[in-house]
Design a protein around this ligand. Structure first.
Ligand code: TXA
Ligand code: MG
Length: 328
């Protein structure tokens, strides 16, 4: 990434434009929070409801007290330990954060990203400046993990897309609420629940769609493919694959631990994607794989269910929400 591109992106932000930039989690659609029109453009481009709050990104952890108020010790400990990095803290907002950014709420999501391009962009924008940035995808759909994903989705609507390569984490930041002296995980993500519990030396409540029961109304569709996606536990993966095959439905199957006979069978008749059986690497590849399959005209995507443990929680959460329309 050449310096001139970052300088051009900063100039564009200062003019009140929206740009796309890489973070270690996913690509973001960024606007300078001091430009109300630029904030509005983010909502317009994404097709996002106006009461859905944006995460505010800044470069220096030391500025936390400028952007938030009544910061509990737990939040300070988490910021010290995990910033820069894939952690978003929900805190009471300071007067420097416009209500348009928080969807009218008096709390704000704050994050110092670790991707070098994101950090240089924020640093060049200047001290006590911040960028509001949701993931750079249409509201409800799969997040982008490369500049190419953003270009395909919004190419004609954004002037500048900074290319920082493929995102290292590949899943969004972990969102931790530190409001009213309670710590809760609102979205599992790039930082595991266990490592947060280790830093705070306490059990943390997780409000996620991880392995929750799929009941109408209990889940909202998000991170969704346009091709219907179904999660299959254990043997049902083999059963469902053969039923769909018999019905002549063009099916892609995402697997991570499979039986030999299935692999052999699959190689001939099914489109199989073999993913790493490791949550970090699986997470890194997931969105790119879903986007690729979505572009290949399959009628159905089957995914082998992730293991039911905390390390796979963020992946289980995203897959469950992506499959929502299938179970609705
Ligand atoms: O990894 C990430 O967090 C990426 C990169 C670009 O930083 N950003 C991202 O933003 O995932 P977005 O807008 O796609 O998701 C932000 C989530 C939303 O679910 C929103 O509801 C939640 O953060 N959020 C933001 N502010 C909040 C607040 N004050 N209270 C509760 N939830 C909040
Ligand atoms: Mg998003």
């Amino acid at each position: 990434m050449v310096n001139e591109q970052i300088t051009a992106a900063v100039a564009s932000l200062r003019k009140g434009n929206v740009i796309a930039f890489p973070t270690e989690t996913v690509y973001g659609l960024g606007a300078d929070i001091s430009h109300p029109k630029a904030i509005q453009k983010i909502f317009d481009i994404k097709g996002r409801p106006p009461d859905h709050p944006l995460i505010v990104h800044f470069a220096k952890s030391a500025e936390l007290e400028f952007w938030a108020e009544n910061i509990p010790t737990t939040a300070l400990m988490l910021a010290k330990h995990f910033w820069p990095g894939p952690l978003t803290l929900i805190l009471p907002k300071s007067r420097h954060i416009p209500l348009s950014v928080t969807g009218g709420q008096d709390t704000v999501g704050l994050r110092v990203p670790s991707h070098p391009v994101a950090l240089r962009l924020l640093e060049e924008l200047g001290g006590y400046k911040a960028i509001a940035a949701p993931s750079a995808n249409r509201f409800g759909f799969v997040s982008p993990t490369s500049a190419d994903h953003v270009k395909k989705e919004f190419g004609d609507r954004i002037d500048i897309i900074l290319d920082g390569g493929s995102c290292e984490v590949g899943l969004e930041s972990t969102i931790v609420s530190c409001i009213d002296n309670e710590v809760a995980i609102l979205r599992p993500g790039g930082i595991s629940v266990l490592s947060i519990e280790n830093v705070l030396k306490q059990k943390i409540f997780v409000r996620s769609h991880g392995n929750s029961i799929r009941a109408p109304g209990s889940l909202t569709s998000h991170y969704a493919t346009t091709t219907p996606l179904e999660i299959c536990h254990g043997e049902s993966l083999f059963l469902r694959s053969s039923i769909l095959l018999q019905q002549g439905i063009r099916t892609a199957v995402i697997v991570r631990s499979v039986r030999e006979d299935f692999v052999q069978d699959a190689n001939n008749k099914l489109h199989c994607v073999f993913m790493p059986n490791d949550p970090v690497r699986f997470g890194r590849d997931l969105y790119a794989t879903l986007r690729r399959l979505d572009n290949e005209n399959f009628q159905q995507i089957l995914v082998e269910a992730p293991p039911d443990n905390l390390e796979w929680l963020a992946i289980a959460d995203r897959l469950n929400r992506a499959s929502y329309s299938f179970y609705k």
